[in-house]
Design a protein around this ligand. Structure first.
Ligand code: CS2
Length: 491
C-alpha cells in the first residue's frame, strides 16, 4: 500500500472512517501524558480527541520514559493513528489528539519545557503499578534504583515520580500552579498513591516544597476501563485495508470504555464531561469494583487458563469449568467484598464484565495479562483476601489465582522462559533454589513481604494457597474439569 496515514492523506480514507473534528494544524497542547502506551492511546487519547471537537488547546504531548519506538513509528504519520473498535459492531476512527511525542533520553529539554509550560494544565500518566515506586506499605520506595538516582540528581530525573516533582518545583517558582496531576493506572487510590510518592520524594529535597504540593496541587483518583489487547500484524493488516491507506501502528480495543475521574482539579480541564467521562466525588467504589471484579478475574483467567494451555481470555472463559470458577469466585468471594446499597446493579456490572470476556472478535492474550503479577496481584486479589479475612468471609477461591501464579512462576523458571515482572530475577532465584518444586517454591514465595505483607504469616491464607498448588500441580495434567471441579465443590 503506497499511501501512509498523515494529515495530508486524511481526505483519502474510506468514507466509513471517522476523523478528527478540530484544527489539527493549529490546535496546541494542554496535556502532557507520561507513558503513551496502547491503553492511553485507546482510552484517554480517544476521549480527548472527542473533547477537542468542543474547542480548546487540549492536544497531548506524549512522553516515553525509555523507548523511542512510538515516536519513530508515528512521526511519518503526524502522530495520527487509527483506533479500531473490535466488537459485534466494529468501527474505525483516526485519533489526532497526540500532537507531539518525545523520549526522555533524547528530548529532556523539550519535555521539561512542556511540563513547566503555563499552557500545560494536565499532567497525566499511565506507567503501570511499578512506575509509582511504592513499597508494600504504600510509601515511596527509597531503595528503588530510579528513586535513588533521582534524589541524587533531581534536575535529571529518570522516574515519572522524579519528573513530576521536578516540574511542580519549577511551576511553584514560576507561579504556574494551575495544573492537575492525573493517574490513569489500575491502582486502588491511584491519585492518592501518586501524590504520596511525589510528596515523599519532594520532602527529601525540600519539606517546604512538599508541603506546598500537598496544599496546592490536585491528584484526583480515577477508574479507567477498556480492554485493549496489544496490536499484532493481523490488526495492522486489517486496519490498513479498512482505512484504505497504511497505518504503521493502529490500536484495537473493545467497544466498552469507561473513565471515572474524582472531581478534584487544581486547574482547568478539557470538556471530557461532554464526551462521556464521569466526574464524581466518590471514585473509590468504581475503582474497587473494577479492579476486583474485572482485573481480579482477569488475573485468575490468565494464570489458571495458561495452566491448561489456553491462549486468550475468550479461550479460557469459553471453558466451562473455568467459567464456573470465575462465576463462583465472583458470587462467593469478590462481590461480597464490595460494599454497596444496590447489589442488583453490582451483580449486573459483574455479568456485563464476564460477557465482555466472551468477545470473540478480540484476541486478548493471557500471556499479556500475566505480566507483572507481583505488582498486580496485591491490588487485584490480595486486598480482597484481606477484606474477606477481616470480615470472616471465605477466601478459598481467591487463593486459586494466587496458587496458579506461584505455579506459573515455578514452571516459567523451570522451562527457562522469560518472566515479565520487575521481580523476575528474585522469583527465578527462589524457584531454582527449591529445584522448581511447586510446594517448596510457593512456601518461599509466600514469605515475600513486598508482595504479601502480613498475609505471609496468615495460616488460613497459606494453607489454602498451598492446598491449591498441590491440586493444580498434581492434577492439571488430568484436565481442567478433573482439576477444578473438586476445588469448586458443590457447585
Ligand atoms: C488487564 C488490563 O493486562 C491486564 O492486566 O487485566 O489491562 C485490563 O484489560 C484493563 O484494566 C481493562 O480495563
Amino acid at each position: 500500500m503506497e499511501k501512509q496515514l498523515s494529515i495530508k492523506t486524511l481526505d483519502q480514507l474510506n468514507s466509513n472512517v471517522a476523523v478528527p473534528e478540530y484544527d489539527l494544524l493549529n490546535s496546541q497542547c494542554g496535556i502532557v501524558h507520561i507513558g503513551p502506551g496502547a491503553f492511553h492511546r485507546a482510552h484517554q487519547a480517544y476521549y480527548t480527541d472527542l473533547a477537542l471537537a468542543y474547542g480548546g488547546n487540549w492536544r497531548i504531548h506524549g512522553v516515553s520514559m525509555r523507548s523511542d519506538t512510538l515516536k519513530k513509528a508515528l512521526a511519518p504519520q503526524d502522530n495520527l493513528y487509527s483506533l479500531a473498535v473490535v466488537d459485534d459492531t466494529p468501527s474505525l476512527r483516526v485519533i489526532g489528539a497526540i500532537k507531539t511525542l518525545s523520549t526522555l533520553s533524547e528530548d529532556r529539554d523539550v519535555i521539561t519545557a512542556a511540563l513547566c509550560s503555563p499552557a500545560t494544565k494536565i499532567i497525566s500518566l499511565t506507567v503501570t503499578e511499578k512506575g509509582y515506586c511504592l513499597n508494600n506499605t504504600g510509601c515511596l520506595d527509597v531503595e528503588n534504583p530510579d528513586i535513588q538516582h533521582d534524589l541524587a540528581n533531581p534536575d535529571l530525573p529518570i522516574s515519572a515520580v522524579g519528573l513530576i516533582a521536578q516540574a511542580l518545583t519549577a511551576r511553584k517558582y514560576s507561579g504556574n500552579a494551575d495544573v492537575t496531576i492525573i493517574s490513569c493506572d489500575n491502582v486502588t487510590d491511584n491519585g492518592k498513591k501518586l501524590a504520596k510518592a511525589v510528596i515523599d520524594f519532594t520532602y527529601h529535597l525540600s519539606p517546604a516544597l512538599a508541603q506546598w504540593i500537598q496544599d496546592s496541587i490536585a491528584f484526583p483518583c480515577t477508574m479507567v476501563d477498556s480492554i485493549t489487547p496489544a496490536t499484532d500484524d493481523e490488526v495492522k493488516a486489517n486496519v490498513s485495508a479498512n482505512l484504505g491507506i497504511q497505518d504503521d501502528w493502529p490500536i484495537q480495543r473493545e467497544m466498552f470504555t469507561q473513565w471515572v475521574i474524582e472531581d478534584n482539579f487544581s486547574g482547568p480541564r478539557p470538556p471530557w464531561g461532554e464526551v462521556g467521562v464521569t466526574f464524581t466525588k466518590d471514585v473509590l467504589f468504581f475503582e474497587k469494583a473494577k479492579l476486583r471484579i474485572l482485573n481480579g478475574t482477569h488475573s485468575a483467567l490468565a494464570y489458571v487458563g495458561l495452566l491448561f494451555g489456553k491462549e486468550t481470555v475468550y479461550d479460557a472463559i469459553s471453558t466451562p469449568a473455568i467459567q464456573a470458577l470465575i462465576s463462583a469466585l465472583l458470587e462467593r468471594e469478590i462481590i461480597p467484598s464490595i460494599e454497596t446499597d444496590n447489589i442488583e446493579t453490582l451483580n449486573q456490572y459483574a455479568d456485563d464484565i464476564v460477557a465482555r470476556y466472551h468477545n470473540k472478535h478480540i484476541r486478548h492474550m493471557l500471556s499479556q495479562i500475566a505480566w507483572d503479577g507481583s505488582q498486580k496481584l496485591p491490588f487485584r486479589v490480595l486486598d480482597t483476601i484481606r477484606d474477606n479475612l477481616h470480615a470472616n468471609r471465605d477466601i478459598n477461591l481467591l487463593c486459586v489465582p494466587i496458587a496458579a501464579w506461584c505455579l506459573f512462576v515455578t514452571r516459567k523458571a523451570k522451562s527457562g522462559d522469560a518472566i515479565t515482572d520487575p521481580k523476575a530475577p528474585a522469583l527465578i532465584d527462589m524457584a531454582s533454589q527449591h529445584a522448581f518444586d511447586p510446594v517448596a517454591v510457593t512456601n518461599t514465595l509466600l514469605n515475600e513481604a513486598a508482595i504479601f505483607a502480613e498475609l505471609s504469616t496468615n495460616s488460613v491464607f497459606r494453607s489454602h494457597v498451598l492446598a491449591h498448588v498441590k491440586t493444580l500441580s498434581e492434577c492439571s495434567s488430568l484436565g481442567v474439569d478433573e482439576t477444578l471441579n473438586p476445588i469448586l465443590g458443590d457447585l
